[in-house]
Design a protein around this ligand. Sequence first.
Ligand code: PMP
Length: 353
Amino acid sequence: MTPRLRAALDDIPVYRAGEALAGLTKLSSNENPFPPLPGVLDRAVAAAAEMHRYPDLSAAELIGELAKRLGVPEDHLAVGTGSVGVLQQIVQTVAQPGDEVVYPWRSFEAYPIVVRICGAATVAVPLAAGARLDLRALAAAVTDRTKLVLVCSPNNPTGPAVRREEFAAFLDAVPEDVLVVFDEAYVEFVRDDHAADGLDFLATHPNLCLLRTFSKAYGLAGLRVGYAVAHPTVAEAIRKCAVPFGVSSIAQHAAIESLRRQDAMRARVDAVVAQRRRVREALLRQGWAVPDTEANFVWLPTGVQTPAFAAECRRAGLLVRPFAAEGCRVTIGEPEDNDAFLETAGRWFDGRR
Ligand code: PMP
């Protein structure tokens, strides 16, 4: 006899990570291909020597450094165990059984999971043409029961970023008592001048909460540090829902040092962006209908052929991320990995003409 678990958990899948297999090139989790930024490993190792102590509960130095970089007061910030951990905290601040949470789909896989864990109902809004978010449809899906709307920009796994004008109109259309999370996990990779930067909307919209991470551009995926930027009342509620001491000392020190290495970070992100452009243009030339991407990945609409395409990539030594009968998401890697992927994609496309 096992304990009586919450029935709501029966339908909730365990979060599925991108595959990792020794000897194969991992292009399945949108990671940064580079090692830690200069000085970061040394500082993390120094922090490790203090591992018999609890970390700073309030992450004061990290919060101070973030506030300085972002130009926001410290009371607007909350850090947590990766942005997915922060997202879980955010959902806990507003959602309970009987509530609705609106989000785009296909988008980040964790959205329906964290919502359902809180017992709230999921309202998934299909993407628009070009695999873009449909901001109007998202706003139109809000009801009296809606507590939260999730907006992902650039959208994982499809790539496009939300435009400034459409985001402004969306924020004006959503009631002020509904929280809006703007998930900017890939914001550092955005190069489109028309893309919305969440920071520009914070002062005018107290119901807006930005979600950012050290996992992508800063390359600290293995250490689990993310943060929210929000109105102080919301930020405090998010901190209340934190697992105490969730962000380790090693992670805090690595994040602080990484923030101080802006030039090196930007140079690496620029290199990824250059590769992203090269990969997308080559795929378009091959004939693929690849949506615009402002992130560190591309989306291939492989449809029902998705498992076969992922298997073909694996035979070529590449792990990509298949999504059922929809498509494959492929992370931009080092130039030679991208070459190998382009060769496989080109061969596959020619074979199906
Ligand atoms: N948001 C989006 C859109 C993501 O793609 C991811 C990671 N795949 C996350 C949040 C979570 O990242 P992390 O927990 O590593 O910060």
